[in-house]
Design a protein. Structure first.
Length: 347
C-alpha cells in the first residue's frame, strides 16, 4: 500500500536567521530538569541548531518554579508547560502540533549525544528525502558502558508476551538488531525516534489512550498498516542512561505498564485474548496487594487494588473510568513525593 502524504500546512519561520527549521526535536520533561538542561545544551551546540535549521521544543509535564525553567530558556528553544501530567503520548502530540520541521525527532531527557549528533541527523534526513516510503526511523541506543541497548522488537502477541516472561527483563520486549546497517523492523522505541511529518500527520500522532509505554509500538503498527516503512538505523547512536529494565518497578509504574499493555491488546488482539491477559494481570495484582498488606505497605496495596478496578473498567470498555483510575494512581505517587514516574524512559 502506498502511503498517502497529507499536504503540510504553511509554516512560519521563527529562527533568528529567518529560516524555517527542517528538523524539530521534541523532549518531554518530567521531574528531570538537570537531564533536560544537559540534553538541550548538547542539541544547541550543533551547527543546524545555531543556523536555525533545527528547533528544540521542551514539554514540561511537571510544572516547576521559574528558576528551573531558566535552564532551558535559550535561543532556539521553545517551552510549553502543561497544567498536569497527562502522560507521554499527549505531551509529544502537543509538541508536534507546535513543531515547524518536516521531520520530528523524539528524545528522552536521560540520553547523552555524541558530538555532531544533530548534524548527522540532518544528513540522514537529506539521504531519506529520496526514500519517501520510510516514515519512521529508530536510532541506535547504547548503554553507559558502550554496549548496544535493545531498542526495537517484534509486534507483541499474547503468546510472545507470556513466553517472554521467562526471559531477563531486558529481552522481554526488545530484540537486538544487526549493528552494521539499516534494517526494516516492526517497531522502534520512542526514546530515540525520527518521524517524517506526513507520516505523523496521516496517523494522527500517538494514540492518547496510552499514558506511557506501548504508544511507540502502536504508532509503528499503524504506520506499517498505512504503507510506511519503519527502519532501525544503528549507525546513529545515543547513550540511554536509565532504561526501564535497569530500574526497580514500584507499584505505580507497574500499574502504568499494565495499563499500556492492556490498551495495546484492546486495540490489536481479539477480545478473548484481552480477557485472558486481563485475568492474568488481575491475579497478579491481587497477589501483589496481599503481599503489600502482609509487609505493612498499605499505600502500595491500595495501588494494586486500584489497578484491579482499572483492568475491569478497561475490559468492559469503560475507558474514561480506566483513565480516571490511572490518573489517581499517578497523582497519589506525586502527592507522596516518591521517585518520579520513570522520567518518561521509553525502553
Amino acid at each position: 500500500m502506498e502511503p498517502r502524504n497529507r499536504a503540510q500546512p504553511a509554516r512560519t519561520p521563527t529562527s533568528a536567521t529567518g529560516v524555517t527549521p527542517r528538523l524539530s526535536v521534541v523532549v518531554v520533561n518530567y521531574r528531570a530538569w538537570k537531564d533536560t538542561a544537559r540534553l538541550v545544551g548538547q542539541l544547541r551546540h550543533s551547527i543546524v541548531s545555531r543556523d536555525g535549521l533545527a528547533e528544540i521544543l521542551v514539554l514540561d509535564n511537571a510544572p516547576q518554579p521559574e528558576a528551573q525553567l531558566d535552564r532551558v530558556r535559550k535561543p532556539g528553544v521553545r517551552l510549553r508547560r502543561n497544567g498536569r501530567n497527562d502522560g507521554f503520548a499527549r505531551a509529544v502530540n502537543a509538541g508536534c502540533e507546535l513543531a515547524l520541521g518536516s521531520w520530528v525527532l523524539l528524545l528522552n531527557p536521560d540520553t547523552t549525544l555524541p558530538d555532531e549528533f544533530l548534524d548527522r541527523v540532518a544528513e540522514l534526513i537529506d539521504e531519506l528525502e529520496g526514500q519517501s516510503e520510510i516514515g519512521i526511523v529508530g536510532l541506535g541506543l547504547r548503554n553507559e558502558d558502550g554496549s548496544p541497548q535493545r531498542s526495537t522488537g517484534p509486534f507483541p502477541t499474547l503468546a510472545s508476551t507470556l513466553l517472554r516472561l521467562l526471559l531477563p527483563r531486558a529481552g522481554r520486549k526488545y530484540h537486538l538488531t544487526a549493528p552494521t546497517g539499516r534494517t526494516v523492523v516492526d517497531w522502534v522505541t520512542g526514546c530515540g525516534l525520527l518521524v517524517r511529518r506526513p507520516c505523523w500527520e496521516q496517523l494522527g500522532g500517538f494514540d492518547p489512550s496510552f499514558f506511557l509505554y506501548y504508544e511507540d509500538v502502536d504508532l509503528c503498527r499503524r504506520a506499517n498498516a498505512a504503507g510506511w516503512s519503519v527502519v532501525h538505523e544503528p549507525t546513529l547512536t545515543a547513550t540511554h542512561h536509565r532504561p526501564l529494565h535497569s530500574r526497580p518497578v514500584p507499584a505505580h509504574l507497574r500499574s502504568i505498564t499494565r495499563h499500556a499493555l492492556l490498551t495495546y491488546a484492546r486495540k490489536h488482539w481479539s477480545h478473548w485474548q484481552l480477557r485472558l491477559l486481563a485475568g492474568i494481570i488481575t491475579l497478579e495484582s491481587r497477589a501483589r496487594s496481599w503481599w503489600a498488606n502482609w509487609c505493612r505497605r498499605p499505600d502500595e496495596a491500595a495501588t494494586f487494588d486500584e489497578l484491579q478496578a482499572l483492568v475491569a473498567a478497561l475490559v468492559a470498555g469503560r475507558t474514561d473510568e480506566a483513565e480516571r483510575r490511572l490518573q489517581r494512581i499517578v497523582q497519589q505517587e506525586e502527592r507522596d513525593d516518591a521517585a518520579p514516574v520513570g522520567s518518561y524512559s521509553e525502553s
